[in-house]
Design a protein around this ligand. Structure first.
Ligand code: BG6
Length: 459
């Protein structure tokens, strides 16, 4: 089988992870700049100050994208490059950078797909309380208005937030990512609510003002549950666990429905409301009119998942991973069927066309003695996940595109530069790029609009 004719084959990145130029040309500071400049927060005290220097080398990177044959490129805008203080003064040089990047992509026939927020929160706004401030969603709407005003004549596909599950769970509850907060549950839920309001306001700003008719979505993440056996009882059990709002782990925000039900169905899921009602004294149900806006697609970030079985009482149960389960360098289980069942369950519930907005793996890649970067694990990983995606499409799920994470090796948040996720190897001292074997393989996938039968020799 081949993929649908106009399938959007792409790759994704985010601003802080690749751009560098952290204080160039009038850019302001984000919470990640601040966090990385504080020793002890990031492995080896690495920072995104230079990263892949994409800010200065974007043209070379677009040339590589063109060689690979990408039809779409998902990237994020660094809010503080455009509004150094988050609101108020506009930094024209920041807008000009994104404008040049978009022009360059368009002239290479690559669809520029913009994420408004991939965690680069302005430090100046953080000092005003950040996402806890009642005005925070209006700040985000102001930023969106400026972006739309300057870039929407050339951009069609928009994503509001990347993985609220992570920037709330990891950054505001567990204290792991910038700004490193460990808020009580009541406040973490409020951060969640305010960022949902921000999503809704931004979606409306785009819908009402975009010059080019927009396609609007977002890029959440969440648990993926896979039936251990593909029969009705196990499928039902997996669906039930995938759609639970309340997850009793040290990261309770790793839920699909707590975020996507309000944004798409206009209400918090009942199990979550019952569980959290004591902590939601601030909740006004009228806010759903802002939060729930018509969306054109669901962006799903899918990396891993877990098998679900049924216990003796007939209750769904997450199965512990087998001792032989392969894991990526990020300790994520390699679980290709998460792709199939993840999109099936999301499509069934939210009924929106799906783009896979992220999928990939971190691997300890290095330049080998022949000067090349051989990454057979990545080829096998992508191949298996794409086969599972193909199966879902075959069974009726409306999937419109796939963005591999990531185009380039990059700054992997608190893991610094120790994890390599790219199709393209980056030497961080010389900034030399080398296309990995997987990039050549992905090029064949795109050319054929199908997954090559065998692992073909690509070099
Ligand atoms: C997502 C993020 O969490 O996945 C990316 O959107 C990130 O920014 C990527 O780099 C990989 O993350 P992890 O958790 O697998 O190291």
């Amino acid at each position: 089988m081949t993929f649908p004719n106009d399938f959007l084959w792409g790759a994704a990145t985010s601003a802080y992870q690749i751009e560098g130029a952290w204080n160039a040309d009038g850019k302001g500071e984000s919470v990640w700049d601040d966090f990385c400049h504080t020793p002890g927060n990031v492995k080896n005290n690495h920072t995104g100050d230079v990263a892949c220097d994409h800010y200065h080398r974007y043209q070379e990177d677009v040339d590589h994208m063109q060689y690979i044959g990408l039809k779409g490129y998902r990237f994020s805008l660094n809010w503080t490059r455009i509004l150094p203080n988050g609101i108020g003064h506009i930094n024209q040089a920041g807008l000009d950078f994104y404008s040049r990047l978009i022009d360059s992509l368009l002239s290479a026939d690559i669809d520029p797909c913009v994420t408004l927020f991939h965690w680069e929160y302005p430090r100046a706004l953080q000092q005003l309380g950040g996402w806890l401030n009642p005005d925070s969603s209006k700040w985000f709407a102001e930023y969106t208005t400026i972006v739309v005003d300057h870039l929407s004549d050339r951009v069609e596909k928009w994503m509001t937030l990347n993985e609220p599950q992570c920037f709330i769970g990891r950054a505001h509850f567990q204290g792991l990512d910038a700004p490193g907060l460990k808020l009580p549950m009541r406040d973490a839920l409020l951060v969640c609510h305010n960022s949902l309001l921000a999503h809704g306001r931004a979606a409306k700003v785009i819908r009402d003002n975009a010059k080019k008719s927009p396609l609007i979505g977002w890029a959440p993440v969440g648990v993926n549950r896979i039936p251990a056996i593909e029969d009705e009882a196990h499928i039902n059990a997996a669906r039930t666990l995938m759609m639970k709002a309340v997850i009793n782990t040290n990261d309770p925000f790793w839920t699909n429905t707590w975020f996507s039900d309000p944004a798409i169905l206009g209400q918090y899921p009942k199990d979550g409301l019952n569980h959290y009602k004591q902590q939601m004294d601030w909740y006004d149900p009228d806010d759903m009119k802002i939060i729930c806006q018509p969306l054109d697609f669901y962006g799903a970030n899918i990396y891993s998942g877990s098998l679900v079985t049924i216990d003796e009482q007939g209750q769904p149960l997450v199965q512990p991973p087998s001792i032989n389960k392969p894991v990526t360098m990020s300790s994520w289980a390699v679980e290709p069927r998460a792709m199939k069942w993840g999109v099936k369950f999301l499509y069934e519930r939210y009924k929106l066309p799906i783009y896979i907005t992220e999928n990939g793996l971190s691997n300890p890649d290095w330049v080998q003695s022949d000067g090349k970067v051989h990454d057979p694990q990545r080829i096998d990983f992508l191949r298996q996940y794409l086969l599972a995606l193909e199966e879902a499409i075959d069974e009726g799920v409306d999937v419109r595109g796939y963005f591999q994470w990531s185009l380039l090796d990059n700054f992997e948040w608190i893991n610094g530069y120790s994890h390599r996720f790219g199709l393209i190897y980056v030497n961080y001292e010389t900034q030399r790029r080398i296309l990995k074997e997987s990039a050549h393989w992905y090029r064949q996938v795109i050319q054929q609009n199908a997954i090559p039968e065998q692992l073909v020799n690509t070099t």
